[in-house]
Ligand binder design. Sequence first.
Ligand code: SF4
Ligand code: SF4
Length: 362
Amino acid sequence: MEKKEKFIRNKEKSIQLIRFIVQTLFALLCIWIGIEFSQFIKFLETNGTAGSGYRPPGVEGFLPISSLMSLYYFLQSGIIHPVHPAGFFIFIAIVGMSLVFRKSFCSWLCPIGFLSELVGDFGDKITRKIFKRRIKIWKYLDYFLRSLKYLLLAFFTFSIFSMSEIALAYFLGGDYNIMSDVKMYYFFANISQTAFIVIGVLFLLSIIYRNFWCRYLCPYGAFLGLLGFLSPTRIKRNTSTCIDCGLCAKACPSFIKVDKVITVNSDECTSCMNCIDACPVENTLELKYIASEKKINKKLVALGVVIIFLAITGLGMITGNWQNKVPKDVYIKLNKNVNSIGHPMSSEDIKKLNEESERKAK
Ligand code: SF4
Ligand code: SF4
């Protein structure tokens, strides 16, 4: 602090309230989708005599693996697969947000990220009271644990990208994929003791250690973190005005040493802008375009994230690729034996379909 005792105080308004509002609205939307989907399940269970026949397409946002397969199928065939078209557009919207504002989905929209943040704030207060600081895992153990989400991501992407167009079409059009959202509903509605314990442990770990799930295990976040490297925006620190107070690093939920770098290049940066809001010096920590070094207004990030999401999902709606075309009676029929619908393809099946695809291509 000695080198620059006098500085111009940062009077810029914090963006955190707006971020909290956006996160809350999106979480409420997800809850609403959950309620509507439970009514649809009731409709299936009662052969259409109760509940609601409306299946909310937004539920497909919770099927990222199916959506990634749809995207890869689209890249190969030029066709948007009709089983979970909304999932395809939601996935592209999230990818789009990450390409512009790094891993912003995690800190602006993701309901799991939001919950992690809330319990992490609560946990921080407790650990700061007891230990006078946040708990931080030993550096090398942290590197090892962070690699787990990349291993999971590598497993999923390798499995998907090794599938031919025919194999993808077979999977995407199969009963397992059609019912994947219903199966997910039953997984949580009739949660097994083991799954309950695992989720409970992850929840507790997220209280003790901020963003435990997001930082170490979420393959979706890993994917978005990698995409973030392509983003034209970065948090930048002006070393000539910085007073080395370290408040930015202290505020960063991703444990990034913002006070030690000029440009934040970490895959863990979610563009939450907590660091910028914590910085006490004017024009010292800013979100900038890499190429022009031009400062980006914080409100533009809020607006940008929401607009990208609404524009791309809206495109799905206006082009008629939102509601899937699976008839309700097919859903009712499949739901009768939903527990016996298993994954349709072994690696041997995929190999055979890939070979068939190669034969056709020749
Ligand atoms: S570096 Fe700043 S914007 Fe990035 S995660 Fe940390 S606090 Fe958020
Ligand atoms: S950039 Fe970080 S260390 Fe420098 S003045 Fe701002 S908060 Fe303090």
